[in-house]
Design a protein around this ligand. Structure first.
Ligand SMILES: *Cc1c(COP(=O)(O)O)cnc(C)c1O
Length: 379
């Protein structure tokens, strides 16, 4: 059986976790492993401040809270995304305004954003699907002209970039996920990247139960106190220790995933050339991270048939987002602006192939053979 996903494991995770327990005697948040993860993200991406969180979802919640939204404010985002992207803003009382996606990258269609802006719009949330960057120059230009904040949902975008800039560092706030299904894992976890230095202190307070404890620990104040609203968004050192082992191996993990991705691509290209399926398109300005390998079939019926065909060969593939705007919560909390030309159609056609660190050439060949046999083709 070829699973859809296997959590990455590089070898040092348990040593580091043991060190947290037996040497550092520090299991709560913001110990030495957490600090090393922060430093790794800051050095790798160039963002002024990275803070680990308990999930990608809580990173998005922190970003939404740092946007100072008022009830009824509007946030523009794609409908083709994970629920957490919308939930973060709905929890602040804001209204998600869904905009259609581009047929090539499946990212928000930047040409359709401006028409969705009203006098209540405060934020654009760009989701970098599959670790492929949105058209950020255009999005940042729209945001600047309309005085909007930009949140990047870069949950899938660690180690990927747009025009040489790390995903998550271009907008006001960037959100990473280190869930076990992502490229680098701490089980459950994430990080928020604070790109505006003036918002770092507010982010630290929000993450530490509304206190200025971070300042206290740096010796900048002699006692700490409740200074604003907040919650507890910091993960345990155990999780950070697991993550650090993987971040230290990030080049190797990324290289391995990109090699698997390219191999799938090369092997499936003849089927695209025969007009039987569609492969991902990566714009020239984007360096992706092989977070996923997706293919698009003719329609929902063909995707369902392929899924069953591969299942018989013990190969697990997985469809992806059911559009949010037509879901029960999407209908209740938000609205779709304009016409859904791509979102539903592309969502119904797409499936994702097994993709994980350590995927072998034999496994890929089996998946590719399964797809060729579905189309009645030989290689
Ligand atoms: C995974 C993911 C999230 C949520 O991250 P968690 O760590 O699972 O909370 C949010 N947005 C996108 C686009 C994701 O892929």
């Amino acid at each position: 059986m070829i699973p859809f996903n296997l959590p990455p494991y590089v070898g040092k995770e348990l040593d580091y976790m043991a060190q947290a327990v037996l040497v550092n005697h520090k299991l709560c948040g913001d110990g030495p492993f957490t600090k090393q993860c922060h430093r790794w993200i800051e050095e790798r991406t160039g963002c002024p401040k990275a803070l680990l969180t308990t999930s990608g979802s809580s990173a998005l919640e922190m970003a939404a809270l740092l946007c100072d939204l008022q009830p009824g404010d509007e946030v523009i985002l794609p409908s083709y995304t994970f629920t957490s992207t919308a939930n973060a803003f709905v929890l602040c009382g804001a209204v998600p305004v869904f905009v259609d996606i581009r047929p090539d990258t499946l990212n928000i269609d930047e040409r359709k954003i401006e028409a969705a802006i009203t006098d209540r719009t405060r934020v654009i949330c760009a989701v970098h699907y599959a670790g492929v960057g949105c058209e950020m120059d255009t999005i940042m230009d729209i945001a600047r002209r309309h005085n909007l904040k930009v949140v990047e949902d870069a949950a899938q975008g660690v180690m990927a970039s747009y025009k040489g800039r790390a995903l998550g560092t271009i907008g006001d706030f960037g959100c990473y996920s280190f869930h076990e299904t992502k490229n680098y894992s701490m089980g459950e976890g994430g990080a928020v990247l604070i790109n505006d230095p003036d918002r770092i202190e507010a982010a630290e307070i929000l993450r530490e139960k509304g206190t200025n404890r971070a300042k206290f620990l740096r010796g900048q104040v002699d006692k700490y106190t409740w200074t604003s609203y907040g919650s507890s968004y910091l993960p345990s050192e155990l999780n950070a220790a697991h993550l650090l082992a993987q971040l230290e191996a990030a080049e190797e993990i990324n290289r391995d995933r990109l090699a698997s991705w390219q191999d799938y691509y090369d092997q499936l290209l003849p089927l695209q050339e025969a007009g039987l399926l569609e492969l991902a398109q990566i714009p020239e300005e984007c360096a992706h991270n092989a977070h996923m390998f997706h293919i698009r079939l003719r329609d929902l019926a063909e995707r369902t048939a392929l899924t069953a065909h591969l299942r018989e060969r013990e190969i697990v593939v997985s469809f992806h987002y059911v559009p949010l705007h037509s879901s029960p919560a999407g209908l209740r909390y938000g609205r779709f602006h304009g016409v859904d030309e791509q979102t539903t159609r592309q969502s119904e056609r797409l499936t994702r192939l097994p993709m994980y660190y350590g995927l072998t050439a034999e496994e890929r060949a089996q998946v590719v053979d399964g797809i060729y046999s579905f189309f009645g083709r030989s290689r």
